[in-house]
Design a protein around this ligand. Structure first.
Ligand SMILES: C[S@@+](CC[C@H](N)C(=O)[O-])C[C@H]1O[C@@H](n2cnc3c(N)ncnc32)[C@H](O)[C@@H]1O
Length: 227
């Protein structure tokens, strides 16, 4: 395993108790141990899985937007017979994802590709389901509009996503600058916190149907049907 540090490794560190960071990173370590990031990431993933469901007869084609190391896809692939494609802009994260997919023998049902969620490199209606964990909040108004149009174009049935809620602003991790550290380190220049009402308005304006919303540790998890 190469010693690169990126979102893929950060996510793996939060999701997977046996994964060790190759480089000591004190703010990330504090995030996991003191502020419970491990619990938060796991709760978010569990809520996404509940919406997507694992009990299907026919294998589905599922798009993992902003996949980083594709931990959610790898985890769901072990519980279903679905096919997963992860999309991320960061080549180093994808390199990490490919190593894990190979190691875990999931190459038949999980693959990752480099691309921009604002211009998704797949044909119309290619996927049954799309999901995005930790990508929605980093988009400004222009980006969000483009992103949601793209999601509707490539997805047939369902879109599931997470959004850190406004109450997270009160958390130490945001108050005392750790979020700034993460943002600088991972080249994110923007982070928006939405209320439940704002999220439901955005989805309604975009014509998504039957929104379902749940809360998982400072995070909204939403599922909508595609018209
Ligand atoms: C918080 S991480 C995602 C974590 C991952 N979904 C998980 O649960 O393990 C955010 C990811 O979004 C990716 N990203 C940011 N902007 C993007 C864009 N425009 N297109 C594709 N990926 C993007 C970053 O490279 C990063 O890997």
């Amino acid at each position: 395993m190469k010693t690169i540090f990126n979102w893929a490794m950060l996510a793996e560190y939060f999701y997977n108790p046996s994964f060790q960071l190759p480089k000591r990173d004190i703010p990330v370590w504090i995030g996991k141990r003191i502020f419970g990031e491990e619990k938060h990431w796991k709760c978010r993933l569990a809520a996404v899985k509940d919406f997507i469901g694992t009990d299907t007869q026919k294998p589905r084609r599922i798009l993992d937007l902003c996949c980083a190391g594709a931990y959610p896809s790898r985890s769901m692939a072990r519980e279903t017979n679905d096919f997963f494609v992860g999309l991320d802009i960061c080549s180093k994260s994808l390199e990490f994802a490919r190593e894990r997919i190979l190691e875990e023998n999931l190459i038949e049902r999980v693959r990752v590709e480099q691309g921009d969620i604002l211009s998704i490199p797949f044909a119309d209606d290619f996927f049954d389901i799309s999901f995005c964990i930790g990508g929605f909040d980093y988009l400004d108004e222009f980006g969000l509009n483009k992103f949601l149009n793209e999601v509707k174009r490539v997805t047939k049935e369902q879109f599931v996503f997470t959004s850190i809620s406004t109450e997270a602003k009160r958390r130490f991790v945001f108050r005392f600058g750790l979020q700034d550290h993460f943002n600088k380190k991972h080249n994110i220049t923007y982070h928006k916190f939405y209320t439940k009402e704002e999220l439901l308005n955005i989805l309604e304006e975009k014509g998504f149907l039957n929104p379902k919303i749940t809360k998982a540790e400072y995070t909204w998890v939403l599922s909508v049907e595609i018209s």
